[in-house]
Write a protein that binds this ligand. Structure first.
Ligand code: HEC
Ligand code: HEC
Length: 319
């Protein structure tokens, strides 16, 4: 069995593998137990609904350290492009069904040229940083043809950047647009090859509807700022993207039914329902004032949301 590293966006499943923990509630307990001694501060900063102080760890990142890390990764942009999207050869993966087509699309995207030579966005990530307990840099790249959207994410924490060891961790999302509804599949690069990810729904916890809008944790620390609106308008326009769970869709239990959210996030709504498994992403979105998009969450909504997220500990997630 591969030994996944902790240095990644989706932390939970790899820990689950390592600990051999099968049930999600036990997994969370194990996760908490691991984090409490070392990362007590990070836990205390876990955002809840309502106004939050800006997490210190992100606030304290030095701009010089950020730009140095990007420079060391060869990610400093050399020029600006008209679009965030690079084009994927028209026939890439098109004639191969299902996952074989997706892997062919990933290979074709990387064959277009070095990711660093195209348009991309670098920023400090908020949600992953909270999970990892230290600031993390995200570098995002996108390719398209008529059949697929291919997204790459390169990640590094500041401690890795300081150690300067090895390549950035590489992740990918492929949205298969040949099928309706579109399917989003998740990949992790291991020894240079894409391996299907999202075991134990570890990507689904934050990617409830495929690709995520880019929301820099520090507005002053962004490269490729000129692409943000294009990327985010696109992500907002996506409707009904379903997730590849590498098997049957697990039963995630109760749907979030808070009315401030259900116009957009519910069965049959544009973005599909949210569940307790997405608690981290939900809390982060509300704490940062991103959700609901058209105004602060009402007091009643905030109370109902927190009651739902706390929920009965064993409910909401199938083993
Ligand atoms: C803790 C939350 C979290 C988890 C878990 C997570 N991601 Fe992400 N991911 C994000 C956020 C947030 C973004 C958008 C960029 C940002 O804001 O930093 C993102 C962006 C990405 C992108 C760039 C395209 C896009 O969506 O913008 C890829 C590719 C990606 N993630 C892959 C994965 C894969 C594969 C997994 C599972 C192994 C995973 N992520 C798990 C939070 C998460
Ligand atoms: C008017 C429609 C609308 C409402 C209401 C709304 N959202 Fe969203 N939500 C979106 C859109 C569009 C996105 C994707 C773009 C983005 O992230 O900005 C999104 C993204 C999210 C995400 C990230 C996962 C994903 O699907 O990309 C979370 C978590 C989330 N919303 C939670 C909530 C919660 C909790 C509420 C209620 C307090 C809420 N939203 C209310 C439209 C809405």
């Amino acid at each position: 069995m591969r030994r996944p590293s902790l240095r990644q966006a989706g932390l939970v499943a790899p820990l689950g593998f390592r600990l051999g923990v099968r049930h999600r509630n036990r997994l969370w307990a194990a996760l908490l137990a691991m984090f409490v001694p070392v990362h007590a501060v990070a836990l205390a900063e876990e955002p809840g609904p309502g106004p939050q102080t800006w997490p210190e760890r992100i606030g304290n990142v030095s701009a010089a350290a950020f730009w140095r890390a990007i420079d060391d990764g060869g990610l400093t942009p050399t020029r600006s492009y008209a679009s965030f999207w690079r084009s994927l050869p028209a026939d890439a993966g098109r004639d191969e069904p299902g996952r074989a087509g997706m892997v062919a699309a990933l290979d074709a995207a990387l064959a277009v040229g070095d990711l660093r030579d195209g348009p991309h966005v670098e920023m400090l990530d908020y949600e992953g940083s909270h999970v990892l307990g230290e600031p993390q840099i995200h570098s995002v790249h996108g390719f398209r043809n008529d059949a697929f959207d291919v997204w790459f994410l390169l990640t590094r924490t500041f401690s890795e950047a300081k150690a300067g060891s090895g390549p950035w961790e590489q992740w990918a999302i492929v949205q298969d647009r040949r099928v309706e509804p579109n399917v989003a599949s998740f990949f992790h690069y291991v020894r240079g090859r894409p391996e299907i990810s999202n075991a134990g729904s570890d990507c689904y916890r934050c990617h409830a509807n495929g690709p995520r809008a880019l929301d820099p944790a520090r507005p002053d620390l962004v490269s490729g700022r000129e692409y943000l609106a294009e990327v985010n308008d696109y992500c907002r326009s996506l409707v009904g993207v379903v997730t590849d769970f590498d098997g049957p869709r697990p039963d995630f239990g109760d749907e979030l039914r808070v009315s401030d959210c259900t116009d957009c996030h519910a069965t049959g709504a544009d973005r599909g329902p949210l569940h307790r498994i997405q608690a981290h992403a939900i809390r982060a979105a509300v704490a940062r004032g991103r959700m609901p998009p058209d105004g602060p969450l009402s007091r009643e909504g905030s109370i109902a949301l927190e009651a739902f997220l706390r929920g009965p500990p064993d409910a909401g997630v199938a083993p």
